[in-house]
Design a binder for this molecule. Structure first.
Ligand code: VAH
Length: 316
């Protein structure tokens, strides 16, 4: 069986459904601190209420299901993390330790843990950021992801635990909303474009950030997890790239379909976070080691997002 912790989140809800299609609904346990709003998650397989800070619950689950794979996706994201840094650190780090230790104790074959481009900071080269470079994250989220990467590699080297990880860019999908990140605008903008034909962006017009459409993120995650262990040469976390755009460019992409759409800008505290992150990412290690290649561009993503969000609006 497979366990997904953080199964109700933006990534978790989609990854859980993918895994259930692949392994069968009853073989993929969805776990989250709160019950899912998504009925498909509840109906397609087992759900367990889990606080990742509670080791006893994790141990009970591991004994009950004997997981072969664990996807640990529960975390406090960048913008929310800055509001309560100590709690973000505790949840992101202790959560990771609890999962890594449970995986060792119960002999889980493979663990997946997401890192982020937030591991980079103001001292990092911002264009085509290399796999190995200066890392001076200055958000608590970024610090927790960088430390987490070091620990994942440590568990692999010292204890032989097969942990795999990707440094996601901002993720964009229509099925679930993101929860408290700096890249959330790129999801929200599509909803507002359809609902109000206007959007006030919390980042300035020329703020370029690396982004990725959800189907590519799911593919990357599953490709990495299914690659033979010897092909997974990076045991901290792989750089991963698909597209980079600014708020102005995503607005222009939306205007091709909704000409009356208008964007305005009112940068808030998240601007400073965005300004500390790379604009684009060099992911040649992922390309070489396990043949990574994204399928979507900004315009093909926009087309698909608007199509699907429109469908969801008309069926509700
Ligand atoms: C955030 N979406 O904004 C996350 C992410 C690259 C950014 O990791 O916090």
């Amino acid at each position: 069986t497979v366990l997904v912790i953080g199964a109700c989140g933006q990534l978790g809800s989609e990854l859980t459904m993918e895994l259930r299609n692949m392994y069968g609904g009853s073989n993929v346990v969805a776990a989250d601190i709160a019950a899912p709003k998504q009925t498909d998650l509840l109906e397609s397989g087992p759900f367990e209420t889990v606080d990742v800070l509670d080791k006893n619950i994790l141990a009970e689950l591991a004994a009950k299901y004997k997981f072969k794979q664990i996807y640990h996706l529960a975390a406090v994201l960048s913008a929310t993390g800055e509001k309560n840094p100590k709690f973000a650190w505790r949840l992101n780090m202790d959560g990771l330790f609890n999962v890594l230790d449970m995986a060792l104790e119960y002999k889980t074959e493979k663990v997946y843990w997401p890192s982020s481009i937030a591991v980079f900071g103001p001292g990092t080269p911002r264009e085509n950021t290399p796999q190995h470079t200066v890392m001076d994250p200055n958000t608590v989220y970024g610090i927790s992801k960088q430390a987490g990467e070091r620990w994942c590699e440590y568990y692999f080297e010292k204890y032989g635990l097969d942990v795999r990880s990707l440094r996601y860019p901002g993720l964009i999908g229509y099925k679930a909303l993101p929860g408290g990140g700096t890249t959330d605008y790129a999801v929200d903008i599509y909803h507002q474009a359809l609902e109000a034909q206007k959007y006030e962006c919390f980042l300035s017009e020329n703020t370029y950030l690396p982004m990725m459409y959800m189907p590519d993120a799911l593919k990357a995650t599953l490709d990495l997890m299914h690659a033979p262990a010897e092909q997974v040469k990076v045991r901290s976390s792989y750089n991963l790239s698909a597209m980079s755009f600014s708020p102005k460019e995503i607005a222009a992409s939306i205007q091709k379909h909704i000409p009356e759409f208008e964007i305005s800008y009112k940068p808030d505290a998240r601007q400073q976070i965005a300004d500390s992150w790379p604009k684009s990412i060099d992911d040649s290690a992922a390309q070489q080691d396990w043949n990574w290649k994204p399928a979507y561009t900004l315009d093909t993503m926009t087309e698909d997002m608007l199509l699907n969000l429109n469908k969801m609006r008309t069926t509700v």
